[in-house]
Write a protein that binds this ligand. Structure first.
Ligand code: HEM
Length: 198
């Protein structure tokens, strides 16, 4: 967890800045809600990615100072990802205008994948606090892993929306790379431990 006080407030200010600018632009009539779907959705994906990368990186390189600081911010990054997905949903609601239109669209794969991703993020964000951590004990960590399906569903949602392979896969690639590197590093370590050739 980030230290309370000024560093945490500054960190949150930086996280909130793009969202604040989007809202200000929208409120000022400078952009339409539909134009803000891309940046808000992309921010949610990027923040989730940042939250997911640090664990495997620590397994590979060990807990250096930089990675420890990053790890301390992980919970905040997850909550911020949820806030951006909520903002995304808000812009979607403004764009659609009617609840019935939103409900009609919900059966479409590019849309229900977005909803599922949002719900998984909501569940993870709702227990991202010290009280829930104490209450849930070991289950807390398992439930926090909902960020993985949330991220993958977000990527599938992005792909299905228009088959934009490039941008969606560019966001998946770093995770695939660190997972592969972690797998290889752990295998090497295990083999060394058991005295097997690496
Ligand atoms: C809450 C349910 C959600 C709904 C109804 C929804 C709906 C939409 C819609 C209608 C678009 C615009 C498609 C277009 O430009 O024509 C969009 C774009 C996008 N959404 Fe969602 N979304 C949801 C949740 C999410 C979540 C949770 C994420 C992130 C994990 C996400 C990530 C994105 C991204 C990255 C784009 C940009 C696609 C692009 O322009 O290339 N969405 N979403």
């Amino acid at each position: 967890m980030l230290r309370r006080g000024l560093p945490k407030a500054v960190f949150w200010l930086v996280l909130a800045l793009p969202g604040g600018l989007m809202l200000a632009d929208f409120a000022g009539g400078g952009v339409l809600a539909m134009d803000l779907l891309h940046p808000s959705g992309e921010m949610a994906v990027r923040l989730m990615l940042l939250a997911l990368l640090v664990g495997p990186l620590i397994d590979i390189f060990g807990p250096g100072r930089f990675l420890r600081a990053w790890l301390a911010a992980r919970r905040n990054l997850g909550v911020a990802a949820f806030c951006y997905s909520a903002l995304h949903l808000l812009f979607y609601a403004f764009d659609m205008r009617m609840l019935s239109a939103m409900l009609d669209e919900m059966v479409l794969p590019p849309i229900w994948t977005g909803w599922l991703s949002f719900l998984a993020l909501l569940a993870a964000a709702s227990i991202s606090n010290d009280r829930a951590m104490r209450r849930l004990g070991r289950r807390w960590k398992q439930l926090q892993r909902l960020v993985y399906p949330a991220f993958l569903l977000g990527i599938v949602h992005w792909l299905l929306l228009g088959w934009f392979w490039g941008p969606a896969l560019v966001h998946l690639l770093p995770l695939i790379l660190v997972w592969t590197a972690r797998f290889l590093a752990l295998r090497k370590r295990r083999a060394r431990h058991e005295g097997l050739p690496t």
